[in-house]
Design a protein around this ligand. Structure first.
Ligand code: APR
Length: 232
């Protein structure tokens, strides 16, 4: 098989198999919090301490989980193909599995950002951000997370990567959150697409799509077969 350009677009579902909860679980809460209380600019204005504590907990949880078979499979694809991962996840499980090119659309837990200059982004040297932790311009640090209602600065880059894909793989996303969910519909009609997700979707309008209705880690061999078939 010749080396091809593969774009892998992932969401919370891929990390669910590592033990990180998805966002839209049955109770509508995210780790016992309402999204509006912890993941919006308004929440930050209202209660910085609560928001920092929430993400400090997420960071602590991240240290207790490991990449699963699907993260590892994607990292392994790098050996044969040119693979770009576009993820909505803020965890670092793709990187820890060994993926080299990972674009985080919604930010990264392991980083902090200045509240006066969004270009000042720091990899954290500790597991927490506390009230009083400042950037070099002396402003409070915030989690490097794209909250609901905020722009997605990496979206243009994601569209560019998607445009050149020979194969577009989607794993574990409800395709509910925009603009990220637009990516699938912007892939060329001729480009083969594979979705691995146990959920039910109405994607009749997407051409050339195969849905492997399975959890991420269990879907590895079916995905491998689909890749071999599409990239023959
Ligand atoms: N393996 C694969 N997919 C799974 C698994 C699993 N074990 N368990 C659940 N899923 C699927 C669900 O069927 C659903 O389609 O994962 C998806 C999770 O959907 P969401 O919780 O909506 O997560 P996601 O699509 O990543 O959300 C997008 O919303 O909350 C924001 O910014 C946050 O990046 C996130 C964005």
């Amino acid at each position: 098989m010749r080396s091809k350009k593969i774009v892998v677009f992932t969401g919370a579902g891929i990390s669910a198999d590592s033990g990180i909860k998805t966002f839209r679980d049955a109770d509508g809460l995210w780790e016992n919090h309402r999204i509006e209380d912890v993941a919006t600019p308004e929440a930050w204005q209202r209660n910085k301490e609560l928001v920092l504590k929430f993400y400090n907990e997420r960071r602590k949880q991240l240290k207790q989980v490991e990449p699963n078979a699907m993260h590892l499979f994607i990292a392994d694809l790098d050996k044969k193909h040119e693979v770009k991962v576009i993820t909505q996840n803020v965890d670092n499980l793709h990187e820890r599995a060994g993926s080299k090119h990972v674009l985080h659309l919604h930010g990264e837990l392991i980083k902090a950002r200045s509240t006066v200059n969004p270009n000042l982004v720091y990899t954290l040297k500790k597991d927490t951000i506390e009230l009083g932790d400042k950037c070099e311009l002396n402003s409070q640090l915030r989690p490097h997370i794209v909250w609901f209602g905020e722009e997605v600065p990496e979206m243009e880059k994601a569209y560019e990567l998607t445009e050149y894909a020979d194969l577009f793989i989607v794993i574990g996303t409800s395709l509910n959150v925009y603009p990220a969910a637009n990516l699938l519909t912007t892939v060329s009609a001729y480009t083969p697409k594979v979705l691995v997700d146990p959920g039910t979707f109405n994607l009749d309008y997407v051409n050339n799509l195969k849905h492997i209705k399975s959890k991420a880690a269990e879907g590895v061999s079916a995905l491998q077969e689909a890749i071999e078939l599409f990239l023959k």
